[in-house]
Design a protein around this ligand. Structure first.
Ligand SMILES: [Zn+2]
Length: 277
């Protein structure tokens, strides 16, 4: 059975993310542990965490992913930003342990002048500085690759994985990969891209897929998500991707928009329709 769910909200209590997920008929999912636009610590009490775990278990929802703050920049050469990023990530992995959440997802960020090699070094060393609790794994997500942001090239993911001493895994965002130049709009393109990911990073380290269509063309480096099958990746590409053997057991987390009368429930149903089961 396909694992597919959405990014849901913890407003009013972390457990509300589970209730929302169940409403959408999702069976895995992602949350922010706090507002992702500001530096803030997760503030989740024991009772709330316990209820999150229980509700997830009772409803068969999992795995969950915490998506880290958008302000985190692992590649930065700036000492103060590095420190804030490290502290924020440390709080996220601790919140994950508290909630029984398996994964914390993070973007590499932008090297802002440190160069690709320097930026990847910075990312590996800041990951090394984390004390990651047992049962929690950091996922480095593929990026659309605009400006000096790293992670658009699968090689960047592989290099950070080689350079850090942490046992990290990876998240492939289909919209980001497409924007970064991996053309998954056809079955052949999906085949080639999955093979390349396997070659460069290794499918055994692919723990999560952010399944999003893209509003912009392949190679534009523009990151704007579309409804599944209705963007530039389109139905043929999405159908081929969700049915690829290599991702059969990988959870799909949707970060699709809510617009034109379509939201997460529609997109989750769409994925189930596209998947031959
Ligand atoms: Zn994503």
């Amino acid at each position: 059975m396909v694992r597919v769910g959405a990014h849901t909200s913890i407003a009013g209590g972390a457990y509300n993310a589970v209730t929302e997920q169940v409403e959408y008929e999702g069976n895995c999912g992602q949350i922010f542990s706090h507002s992702p636009q500001v530096w803030q610590d997760p503030n989740i009490d024991d009772e709330e965490a316990e209820r999150f775990r229980e509700l997830s278990e009772d409803n068969g929802v999992g795995p969950w992913v915490i998506h880290s703050s958008y302000l985190v920049n692992l590649c930065t050469p700036k000492a103060d930003l590095r420190e804030k990023s490290r502290d924020s990530m440390q709080k996220e992995v601790e919140a994950a342990a508290k909630l029984g959440i398996e994964y914390v997802n993070v973007h590499l960020g932008a090297h802002t002048g440190a160069g690709v090699d320097g930026g990847l070094d910075n990312a590996a060393s800041v990951l090394d500085d984390l004390a990651i609790p047992d049962g929690v794994t950091v996922l480095v997500e593929s990026d659309a690759g605009s400006g000096t942001k790293l992670g658009g090239d699968f090689e960047h993911l592989a290099t950070v994985g080689e350079r850090t001493d942490q046992d990290i895994e990876f998240c492939l965002d289909t919209a980001h990969a497409f924007a970064a130049g991996y053309d998954i709009s056809s079955p052949e393109g999906v085949e080639e891209t999955v093979a390349e990911f396997d070659d460069v990073v290794g499918l055994d380290r692919l723990a999560c897929v952010h399944l999003n269509d893209s509003k912009h063309a392949c190679g534009t480096n523009k990151d704007e998500h579309a409804h599944v099958g209705e963007g530039e990746i389109g139905e043929a590409g999405m159908r081929a991707f969700v049915n690829h053997d290599a991702v059969a057991d990988v959870p799909f987390v949707l970060e699709t928009p809510t617009e034109n009368g379509k939201g997460f429930a529609w997109n989750i149903e769409r994925v189930r329709e596209l998947r031959d089961e």
